[in-house]
Design a protein around this ligand. Structure first.
Ligand SMILES: [Zn+2]
Ligand SMILES: [Zn+2]
Length: 344
């Protein structure tokens, strides 16, 4: 058994998982998160003015977070410009894994919950980060995922970003989160099963996007497309053209391409809808061997980017269906500014 490269978080009651088989729904119960502060709380409690007085993610305030588990640059003799630290308010912790009893109604939530601090300066937008530094951020995430993939107690992981309050962010300093857990979430399980039932599913998705003019940008082996059934105006997925199970196994050129495409997208979205909030999340295959991984043959890891221009309300929550005000093809034309797919 490989020792998990993550340290315990003392001081909070351990989070638990609840599973409802009727709804097929998992809920993480993490009471410690009720105590997490937002920017206003931190400003109110600070002694001085300016972010360096209150922001736990700014350089100089490293003592306000747990020690880093990874950083960029890797060389600790150089100042950091991105670092990954354990989340002080995790949704999953160090209770023993009971992954063999996957569908217990209630069990401890076992896993890792990190914060990816994406800038040493107090920046709030991806576009404020230099292109090379932003590439380093994605490579840092790739390295951390690659390490966690060797842990036999973990099954699957994601990196996700909540940008802005409508997207669920409580701290403005540019950051993402990384969660690794001991089971495969139902959304990803469903995607894998659908792709296993139709081995050409992703190839068709890409062919149809090409035919319909929904390819918006390309870089190295990656492509950015408005998906077939975009849930919100300008929803975009970034994925490799060829099957690939894991982002953390991607070639350096494709890691850089993901950085360049996300940076381009954020800039483009800001010019189309100034001030729009958005989420993104990585979907990749499970780490562990077994049936779920066999389903991942022909699968493509992908980053789903969802602008939060409309609220999810009763219809969305009650049916799983979505309502958008912009057809995917029209969104793609606007993202491309009417021209050909952007080559980065
Ligand atoms: Zn800050
Ligand atoms: Zn997906």
């Amino acid at each position: 058994m490989v020792t998990p490269p993550h340290a315990p978080h003392p001081g909070h009651s351990e989070p638990r998982l609840l599973y409802d088989p009727l709804a097929g729904r998992t809920v993480f119960v993490a009471p410690g998160r009720a105590a997490r502060p937002d920017d206003a709380d931190l400003v109110a409690a600070a002694d001085g003015d300016g972010p360096s007085a209150w922001c736990p993610f700014c350089a100089g305030n490293e003592h306000r977070t747990p020690p880093a588990v990874a950083r960029a640059p890797h060389d600790t003799a150089l100042p950091w410009h991105a670092r990954i630290v354990p989340n002080r308010y995790p949704v999953a912790g160090h209770a023993p894994s009971s992954r063999d009893a996957d569908r217990l109604a209630s069990r401890p939530a076992h896993g890792v919950h990190d914060v990816v601090i994406e800038s040493a300066r107090h920046e709030t937008q991806v576009t404020a980060i230099e292109a090379a530094a932003w590439r380093d951020v994605w490579d840092l995430c790739r390295r951390r995922l690659d390490t966690l993939a060797t842990c036999e107690d973990l099954v699957w992981a994601t990196v996700f970003k909540n940008s802005g309050p409508r997207a669920g962010s409580s701290l403005e300093h540019l950051h993402s989160q990384l969660v690794a857990i001991d089971f495969l979430p139902s959304v990803v399980d469903a995607e894998l099963k659908a792709a296993a039932a139709d081995r050409k599913g992703f190839a068709r998705l890409l062919d149809e996007a090409q035919a319909d003019g929904r390819v918006v940008a390309e870089a190295a082996g990656l492509v950015a497309v408005v998906p077939t059934a975009a849930r919100q105006p300008y929803e975009t997925w970034i994925l490799p053209r060829r099957p690939a199970r894991w982002f953390h196994a991607a070639e350096p050129a494709d890691v850089a391409a993901l950085a360049d495409l996300t940076r381009w997208y954020v800039d483009r979205l800001a010019s189309l809808v100034p001030g729009s909030d958005y989420n993104w999340w990585l979907h990749q295959a499970p780490f562990a061997d077994g049936a779920a991984l066999a389903d991942a043959d022909g699968w493509h890891w992908h980053l789903e980017i969802l602008p939060r221009l409309g609220q999810f309300a009763g219809f969305e929550l009650g049916t799983g269906c979505h309502i958008t005000t912009l057809a995917p093809g029209d969104a793609a034309v606007r993202l491309r500014d009417g021209g050909q797919p952007v080559e980065l």
